[in-house]
Ligand binder design. Structure first.
Ligand code: COA
Length: 709
């Protein structure tokens, strides 16, 4: 009978001790579990009735790695995986890791400390630490280059990607793929190795493969990674550790070197930010106060209204997940074009080796076109992705309300319009919510799920679960203009236009924001998204009386739109385009200067990158506090997920709300006040949100709490 009171089960079968990692849901290597494994190994070592050991995992995987919750403590408690591996390597009894599901991070490091590794065919291994801003801190950077070579170690540890058992075997990271039952095969392997005594293989005894060319291999791999994220600290530390391993120095020294690098990263702000995002993404799918065990609606067949770029992109998400889709357009030629676009996107993916021809065929076979709303009658979910116009969306939704079967969910892909008004048009608002996809919809990870005032809880819960099935990171937003993301974007774009009218150039703005870490500066982003699209929304808002009462508000983007400078697709916008390459255009500066003269905006030549970042980012964060106060977002972490997954915000800062904590809320509030004074803030664009002010006051009156945050 397994003994599970220490987090690791222990039983003996055929003279083989079986230690079972048992810490649901992912067998994270918490202190308790490590202690259990350690006890089991010592027990097996001391027992003359035991000739070998197998370490295996209970539940769905071998081990998901270190328990990330423990990282916040700032230290590694005993027994750590290094001690455990050292003990295993010293044992005269063979130790076999039996891997199923996943062996990640510390879990894989534990396995690398075993004498042998065997895995199921579908097992996945990897070192995801870099995605959390750390490195494998229990020998991963030292044993992997010994078993698989410098190039493979760099590839896996710098990317954090997972590989299958076949590749892992090819690389020398596992010894065998189980042909039958994993545990039985592992026991057989262990028994076979019994009696080898001194001759048991250990990774640490091997020379590093590729050590002679390590310097060049490391430099090339690092350069590639840093091109994407020049400020990331973890990749540099990983390179230093692998370089140390390749230098031929003592293995134990390598472990010490690696541990120090690991602790420095773990206690740094980047890892804290990335860990925050890891947990924020997991938390975002959870809906507060939801009835336990609420039955969900069954979603298998999907309908999409509108075969434009958005509708087609949305359709591909479901096709990729193996779900049948009917795509509807009123006009046959528009439908044909939409279907052709999907086909050509898949064909290009096949060409690039991203999917196989068979996968493309399967996906295309799941796609149907229709010009008749009656074909929506058997759909479990219908998403409208028609033109962003309230009247059109209301008409479409009214029809859907009539034709969709009872229990079907009706979703609107609006990015700015009032979901409650659209929901009413269906006549069945409880079945309705917003599913705001981001363009290109088959690639962008974010899905904002907009809960209307009358959305039924099971509808919301069903769509959050569905999001996972189609590989989206989903965040719930309440109804307001622009929901979480586009509402916060508005203040960012507002300051962009004002700064350009004050004398900054698009290239200067983009360089400042890209220097901060945004994947793309605001002017390039607007040119990609389409200036006409934004100008159209602004016109609509003006007609509703929803814009601040000043003609200078977002005047530049509207002027560019009026001049037909609609962005990249028009060959000119904030930039002019040489193919897809943006080139500075003095004409834009002239247009901005004319507008400044028209509106009495003072031109300046002293605008710094720091001012640009503060002017664009601080009001955006301020809007985040308003969103929290109004209950539009459930949690600050949800806002961080929206921005990092949907808007190219640098994950190394943890998202806007996490960054606010890092900056300090009092400092953020005071800078907003200062910017307000500097800009003679007639419209209170810089007035700190009441929630921010309150929290800043709390922080000032209780500074220790902030430093522990
Ligand atoms: N430490 C602590 N908690 C972890 C964890 C870890 N290493 N890995 C997963 N969890 C938690 C998740 O937060 C989630 O908690 P919740 O149920 O409260 O939301 C739960 O375990 C299940 O995780 P989930 O990701 O939903 O399960 P999955 O089966 O889809 O995926 C993994 C499993 C292991 C592939 C995935 O969780 C993962 O990649 N984890 C991170 C692995 C990692 O980075 N390890 C190295 C640490 S240095």
């Amino acid at each position: 009978m397994a003994d599970t009171d220490v987090g690791a089960g222990y039983e003996v079968r055929d003279r083989v001790a079986i230690i079972t990692l048992n810490a649901p849901p992912v067998n994270g290597l918490s202190q308790a579990l490590r202690a259990g494994i350690n006890d089991g190994l010592h027990r097996a070592h001391a027992d003359d009735g035991v000739g070998a050991v197998v370490i295996t995992g209970a539940g769905k995987m071998f081990c998901g790695g270190a328990d990330i919750n423990e990282f916040g403590s700032g230290e590694v408690t005993e027994p750590d995986v290094n001690n455990i591996c050292a003990f295993m390597e010293s044992m005269a009894k063979p130790v076999v890791a039996a891997i199923h599901g996943h062996a990640l991070g510390g879990g894989m490091e534990l396995a690398l400390g075993c004498h042998f590794r065997i895995a199921t065919k579908d097992a996945k291994i990897g070192f995801p630490e870099v995605t959390l801003g750390v490195l494998p801190g229990a020998g991963g950077t030292q044993r992997t280059p010994r078993l698989a070579g410098v190039a493979v170690a760099l590839d896996l540890i710098l990317s954090g990607r997972m590989i299958g058992a076949k590749d892992a075997q090819e690389y020398g990271l596992i010894d065998a793929v189980a042909q039958g039952d994993l545990l039985e095969d592992a026991i057989a392997l262990a028994l076979d190795a019994t009696g080898r005594g001194e001759g048991l293989p250990t990774a640490k005894a091997l020379p590093v493969k590729g050590a002679d060319t390590a310097a060049e291999t490391i430099a090339a791999a690092l350069e590639k990674v840093l091109r994407r994220a020049p400020d990331a600290q973890a990749p540099k530390a990983i390179a230093r550790c692998i370089e140390f391993a390749a230098s031929g120095k003592d293995f134990e020294e390598g472990l010490k070197f690696e541990r120090k690098e690991f602790l420095d990263l773990m206690n740094g702000t980047q890892s804290k930010a990335l860990r925050h995002l890891f947990f924020a993404e997991k938390a975002a799918v959870k809906i507060p106060n939801l009835e336990k065990d609420l039955p969900l609606r069954q979603i298998e067949r999907v309908g999409i209204i509108g075969a434009g770029t958005m509708g087609g992109g949305i359709a591909m998400n479901f096709l990729n997940a193996g779900m049948p889709v009917t795509l509807l357009e009123i006009a046959q030629d528009a439908l044909d074009r939409g279907i052709e676009k999907i086909r050509s996107t898949y064909a290009s993916n096949v060409e690039k080796g991203r999917i196989t021809q068979a996968q493309m065929d399967t996906r295309m076979a799941l796609l149907n076109g229709s010009t008749d709303y009656a074909d929506m009658a058997d759909r479990d979910l219908v998403i409208e992705a028609v033109f962003e116009n309230m009247k059109i969306k209301q008409d479409v939704c009214a029809t859907l309300g009539e034709v969709c079967k009872e229990g079907a969910i009706i979703a609107t892909n609006t990015s700015t319009l009032d979901v409650d008004i659209i929901a009413e048009a269906t006549g069945r608002p409880a079945d309705v919510l917003g599913m705001h996809f981001f363009s290109p919809a088959h690639i962008m990870r974010l899905l904002e799920v907009v809960r209307g005032a009358k959305t039924a809880p099971d509808v919301l819960a069903t769509v959050m679960q569905l999001a996972r099935r189609i590989n989206k990171v989903a965040v719930v937003s309440g109804v307001c203009y622009g929901f979480i993301g586009n509402r916060m974007l508005e203040s960012y774009l507002r300051e962009m236009d004002y700064l350009l009218m004050e004398g900054a150039t698009p290239a200067q703005l983009d360089a400042a924001l890209e220097g901060f870490g945004m994947a793309m500066g605001p002017c390039r982003m607007m040119d990609m998204a389409g200036i006409d699209v934004n100008a159209f929304v602004l016109d609509g808002r003006e007609a509703e009386g929803a814009l601040p009462d000043t003609p200078s508000y977002r005047a530049l983007v509207r002027e560019l739109g009026a001049l037909g400078r609609n962005g990249q697709k028009a060959g000119k916008g904030y930039y002019k385009y040489d193919g897809r390459t943006p080139v500075e255009d003095p004409e834009v500066n002239r247009i901005a200067a004319d507008l400044a003269a028209k509106f009495g905006i003072r031109r300046r030549n002293d605008i710094t990158d720091a001012e640009i970042c503060d002017r664009l980012l601080y009001p955006l964060i301020n809007e985040g506090f308003k969103i929290m106060e109004e209950g539009i977002a459930y949690r600050e972490g949800d806002i961080d997920v929206v921005w990092t997954a949907g808007y190219g915000w640098p994950p190394l800062t943890g998202g806007p709300m996490h960054l606010a904590e890092t900056i300090g809320l009092a400092k953020l509030r005071d800078r907003l006040v200062e910017l307000g004074k500097q800009t003679q803030d007639r419209f209170e664009f810089f007035t700190p949100a009441p929630l921010l002010s309150r929290r800043a006051d709390e922080e000032t009156s209780n500074p220790t709490e902030k430093s522990n945050a």
